[in-house]
Design a protein around this ligand. Structure first.
Ligand SMILES: NC(=O)c1ccc[n+]([C@@H]2O[C@H](COP(=O)([O-])OP(=O)(O)OC[C@H]3O[C@@H](n4cnc5c(N)ncnc54)[C@H](O)[C@@H]3O)[C@@H](O)[C@H]2O)c1
Ligand SMILES: [Zn+2]
Length: 352
């Protein structure tokens, strides 16, 4: 087993182990006095994995219940949270009981938010089953839901008590979502780990997925420990995301997956940064080549002018300026604010 300790306001461990689902109960038991464990999962993940997790929780002495919601981002809203609260109430979940998020990022974000707010806060455990959730969303304590007007607009910082990662679950993850998660993995290589980037270049990601998960989680841990509330350094995790969010928006959240949008966003921005002398020559070509190797896009179907205009509404923008994360080279990055009044000059587009 590989472990990573996260020292945020409330500390917790991340365990990476094959078939850890069958030992979930044993690992959770020493951390809590809970009598009941409410497992939350979606309609794709629950039929494959819920029984094993529930069996292990029962073997460890927990009374269990299972709440299943319709899979997909469309469920990530307050109406599902309300149903989850009702489930907690009907199953007598008290302040000392525990929620278990078993699924991808949607399950983790929603379970975390419901647990952050139910009875003003109950413990929860993350058991991420998608690559994106294993390398990114299950670590760091950001939880929440979407509103009709925008994604992730309501939420809370709420750290899990434990994160249990079973790389075996990736065998049933549809390849489209595996590719999606690889977009974030490549991001970690770009911003913080030249060695990860190089292994991704030289080997096949599936062949060293345990090392990938460990490395990405360790990077996210380091960044989150320094900036739990996302007021500074944590912004580097946004590499590719400013343009990525713009591309998702321009495509009405249907034409590109999140990982694809981030990949294209990273590639487009790095090309510009390199031509402005901000990024070491050759970086952009290497990034394009790696993204292409993993079937991720390096371009988008929109003119730069439209992409840049769409960044103005980004959640991370202050109105007058937008923060961009640029690569110095592969493995090193820096944050730079660009005034919206300088957009035309910087991006070489006319202001019309
Ligand atoms: N909290 C954070 O810090 C953070 C960071 C990044 C992303 N997110 C959020 O994460 C969400 C995206 O996560 P996601 O891509 O995991 O979405 P998801 O939870 O919808 O999972 C993707 C799909 O894969 C299925 N699935 C998951 N694991 C599976 C498995 N092992 N076998 C078969 N099917 C499986 C799901 O049912 C779903 O259809 C977004 O809502 C995003 O906002 C949160
Ligand atoms: Zn992302």
């Amino acid at each position: 087993m590989k472990t990573v300790a996260v020292n945020t306001g409330r500390s917790y461990e991340i365990y990476i182990e094959h078939n850890i689902l069958d030992r979930a109960g044993a690992y959770i038991r020493p951390l809590t006095k809970a009598m009941r464990a409410a497992v939350v999962s979606d309609t794709n993940v629950a039929p494959i994995y819920a029984e094993r997790v529930i069996k292990s929780l029962q073997a460890a002495g927990f009374e269990t219940s299972l709440f299943v919601f319709e899979a997909g981002e469309g469920s990530k809203r307050l109406s599902t949270i309300e149903k989850m609260y009702a489930h907690f109430f009907e199953h007598n979940i008290t302040r000392t009981d525990i929620g278990i998020a078993l699924g991808g990022g949607v399950t983790g974000d929603m379970t975390g938010f419901a647990c952050a707010s139910y009875l003003r806060g109950i413990d929860f455990v993350q058991i991420p089953t998608s690559l994106l959730a294993q390398v990114d969303s299950s670590v760091g304590g950001k939880t929440g839901v979407d509103l009709a007007v925008g994604k992730n607009l309501v939420g809370a910082f709420w750290q899990p008590r434990l994160v249990l990662i079973d790389p075996e679950t990736l065998h049933t993850l549809p390849s489209m979502f595996f590719t999606d998660g690889l977009g974030e993995v490549i991001k970690y290589g770009c911003i913080r780990s030249r060695s990860l980037f190089e292994r991704l270049e030289n080997e096949n990601a599936r062949d060293f997925i345990d090392d990938i998960i460990f490395e990405c989680v360790s990077i996210k841990r380091d960044v989150v420990e320094n900036d739990e509330r996302d007021t500074g350094e944590r912004a580097i995790l946004n590499f590719g995301h400013t343009f990525g969010h713009a591309l998702e928006k321009l495509g009405n959240y249907t034409s590109l997956t999140h990982g694809e949008a981030v990949s294209a966003g990273a590639a487009i921005l790095t090309r510009i940064a390199e031509s402005r002398g901000l990024t070491e020559p050759g970086t952009s070509e290497r990034l394009d080549k790696l993204l292409t190797k993993y079937a991720l896009p390096t371009k988008a179907d929109y003119p730069l002018k439209e992409i840049v205009a769409a960044t103005r509404g980004d959640k991370k923008s202050t109105g007058k300026s937008v923060s961009f994360v640029f690569l110095k080279n592969i493995g090193e990055c820096f944050i730079q604010k660009i005034d919206t009044s300088d957009f035309a000059g910087f991006f070489g587009i006319d202001n019309g």
